[in-house]
Design a binder for this molecule. Structure first.
Ligand code: UDP
Ligand code: MG
Length: 264
């Protein structure tokens, strides 16, 4: 009996999470009608939320859903990447989906994604948004620049517009978990581990409640994490700078001040 795990990182999602789970209820219900052999679990990771997200998770796990809810809670806010990693480590499914809590990753795409993995020869189905509508123009511009730069200097295939919303088969999940680095950049890791990916384009959706957790600076730092993790360009640049600025061999430089007095 195949199990599908839905991993959801949550940071201050007290309003979005119940809406998301309600939508997921409907999707799971429909999918189990057409495929009576599959079952689901939701793996919710509270990333040190300051609002009532954890209380909501506990209440939802006790409420009635057509799937089990397992929740985990961080001691502080570690960031989405750490929450995704913890969720993947605890997911038991033969198939694992990673999704945001704010409905920007529409649960309604799950049946189509599962169908593709059943009928076509792919290891995972990944989503890519075709527009950046609703996003501040400066953020879109910086994102485009980032993808241009990283794909020029890195061997990992990092797709512009790719979301972290994927449905993966177990072998791919295991490969991702085996990469245990602390400063994670999932978009690079997905490309790095390989496997056959089917891309599913969809039109961008705005978040259902609350606000984005990314500030300009946090995105900038995240993009630097990505560049440092998946390219040797910064290291080469540092080495090259070091060589260029090597001091010229002048005897005075290598002597102690006292010795200079003897030079003449
Ligand atoms: N998130 C998280 N930790 C963080 C920031 C975000 O777990 O420090 C979660 C958030 O709750 C949501 C997902 O990651 O489920 C995407 O966050 P957000 O919607 O803010 O990002 P955006 O869609 O604007 O890129
Ligand atoms: Mg979002």
């Amino acid at each position: 009996m195949p199990l599908i795990s839905i991993v959801v990182p949550c940071y201050n999602e007290q309003e979005s999470l119940p809406i998301f789970l309600k939508e997921l209820d409907g999707v799971v219900h429909a999918m189990t009608q057409t495929h009576p052999d599959i079952s689901f679990e939701a793996v919710l990771v509270d990333d040190g939320s300051a609002d009532a997200t954890l209380t909501v998770m506990k209440a939802e796990s006790a409420a009635s859903h057509p799937y089990a809810i397992h929740w985990y809670s961080f001691s502080r806010n570690f960031g989405k990447e750490a929450a995704l990693f913890a969720g993947l480590q605890h997911a038991k499914g033969d198939y694992v989906a990673t999704m945001d809590a704010d409905m920007q990753d529409p649960p309604s795409l799950l049946p189509q994604m599962y169908e593709i993995l059943q009928t076509e020869d792919y290891d995972n189905v990944a989503t890519r948004r075709t527009t950046r509508e609703g996003e501040p123009p400066i953020r879109s511009f910086c994102a485009r620049m980032f993808y241009k730069i990283i794909n020029r200097i890195s061997k990992a295939d990092i797709v512009d517009g790719a979301r972290d919303f994927r449905l993966m088969k177990r072998p791919m999940v295991n490969a991702i978990i085996s990469m245990g680095e602390y400063n994670r950049f999932s978009k690079g890791i997905y490309g790095w581990v390989g496997f056959k990916t089917k891309w599913l384009p969809y039109v961008n959706v705005n978040r259902v409640a609350g606000e984005t957790k990314w500030s300009f600076w946090s995105l900038l730092l995240y993009s630097i994490d990505g560049i440092v993790a998946f390219s040797t360009a910064p290291l080469s640049l540092a080495a090259l700078t070091g060589i260029v600025f090597l001091p010229h061999r002048h005897p005075g430089i290598y002597r102690y001040p006292g010795q200079n007095a003897c030079l003449g």
